[in-house]
Design a protein around this ligand. Structure first.
Ligand code: C5P
Length: 295
C-alpha cells in the first residue's frame, strides 16, 4: 500500500476516478519493474477497435473498422442493411456478461463468416477503402499519435492485433497518424485481384475470441522479441487477454482494459481479468503516462 501511494504520485493518471484496480499491490510491483527495466525490455500489444480507436468522441459513438465500411457512403445499401442486422444479432452475444467465451465462440465464427461473405459481394477497391475511412467517424484515441511517435523513437515494438479489417486499420493510421516500422498489424486482410477488386480475405478468420490461436502465436514474432520480457497488453474485450499468449518468456505483464459498454454489469468481472480497468475514457493518457515513465 505504501508503495502504491508512492507510485500514484509518480503516475498522476492512476488516481483518476474512472480507473479501477483490483489488486493494487500487484499493479504496483509490475509497474515498478516495467519502469525500472526501461524501453529495451518492453513490448506493447494492443487491440485496435475501441482500444487504439475511440469508442466515443465527445460522447458520440465512433466507427469500428466494420462500421467504416457501412457508413462510408460507397458500398450498396443492401450491405449496410445486412451488416446492421448481423450486428443486432451478434453484438449482444459478444458482450453478454452471463455467457462464457466457449459459449460465445461459435456465434462469433458465424458473425465473421457471414460478414466476410457479405463484403465479398461488394467488390470493394483500395481507393474505396481510402474514401470510406476519410468519410467515417473512426478516430484514433487522443494521445494515440504520441504513443506511436514515442514507441517508434524508443524502438518499442508495437503489435496491433485486431479482429477488424487490416486494410481499414492501416488506412485509419495513415490518415490520422503514422504507420512506423516498429509496428506490426495482425488482422483480417483483404485479397485484391489484378483489377484491384476485393476477392475474399487472406488467411483464417480472426474473431474476438480466437486471438489465442492465430498466426501470430505460430509465427516467430514473439520468439524474435524474447529479450523483451516486459509486456503491456491493452484491449477492450476479454478475448484480448489472449493476444500475448505466444509470448513465453514474460517477466512482467501489465494488462490494461477499456470497459466501454455495460459498465455496471461488467466492471467486477473486468477488474478480475485486467490489472487496470479504464471506464469511459476517450484517451490513451494512462498508457502514455506509463510509457513516459519507461522511456
Ligand atoms: O479490433 P477488434 O479486435 O476489437 O475488432 C473487433 C470488433 O469489431 C468487435 O468488437 C466487433 O464488435 C466488431 N465487429 C463489427 N462487425 C463485424 C465484426 C466485428 O462491428 N462484422
Amino acid at each position: 500500500m505504501h508503495h502504491f501511494i508512492q507510485l500514484t504520485d509518480l503516475i498522476e493518471e492512476l488516481k483518476a476516478c474512472h480507473i479501477h484496480i483490483g489488486d493494487l499491490e500487484h499493479v504496483d510491483a509490475v509497474l515498478q519493474n516495467i519502469i525500472s527495466d526501461g524501453p529495451d525490455k518492453l513490448q506493447v500489444v494492443a487491440d485496435f477497435d475501441r482500444t487504439l480507436s475511440k469508442y466515443t468522441h465527445r460522447g458520440q459513438i465512433c466507427a469500428t473498422c466494420h462500421n467504416v465500411l457501412e457508413e462510408g457512403g460507397v458500398l450498396p445499401d443492401f450491405y449496410k442493411e445486412k451488416a446492421l442486422k448481423l450486428r443486432d444479432k451478434y453484438f449482444s452475444i459478444e458482450t453478454d456478461p452471463e455467457m462464457t467465451i466457449e459459449e460465445k465462440t461459435p456465434y462469433m465464427i458465424e458473425w465473421w463468416t457471414e460478414a466476410h461473405d457479405l463484403l465479398n459481394m461488394c467488390h470493394i477497391t483500395k481507393e474505396a477503402v481510402q474514401k470510406m475511412v476519410a468519410n467515417s467517424t473512426a478516430k484514433l484515441r487522443d494521445g494515440c499519435k504520441w504513443l506511436f511517435d514515442e514507441c517508434h523513437r524508443a524502438s518499442i515494438p508495437l503489435l496491433i492485433f485486431s479482429a477488424g479489417v487490416g486494410d481499414v486499420i492501416e488506412e485509419i493510421i495513415h490518415q490520422q497518424s503514422t504507420l512506423y516500422d516498429n509496428m506490426h498489424i495482425v488482422s483480417n486482410y483483404m485479397n485484391f485481384d489484378k483489377e484491384g477488386k476485393m476477392v475474399g480475405f487472406k488467411n483464417d478468420i480472426i474473431h474476438v475470441f480466437n486471438k489465442n490461436e492465430n498466426a501470430i502465436h505460430k509465427s516467430d514474432y514473439f520468439e524474435n522479441l524474447k529479450d523483451r520480457v516486459n509486456i503491456i497488453l491493452i484491449g477492450d474485450s476479454l478475448g484480448d487477454l489472449q493476444m500475448a499468449d505466444g509470448a513465453e518468456h514474460m517477466k512482467n505483464k501489465l494488462k490494461i482494459g477499456f470497459l466501454n459498454t455495460k459498465v455496471d454489469e461488467t466492471l467486477e468481472l473486468y477488474k478480475k481479468k485486467f490489472d487496470i480497468v479504464i471506464v469511459q475514457d476517450e484517451s490513451l493518457d494512462l498508457l502514455n503516462a506509463v510509457i513516459r515513465k519507461v522511456i
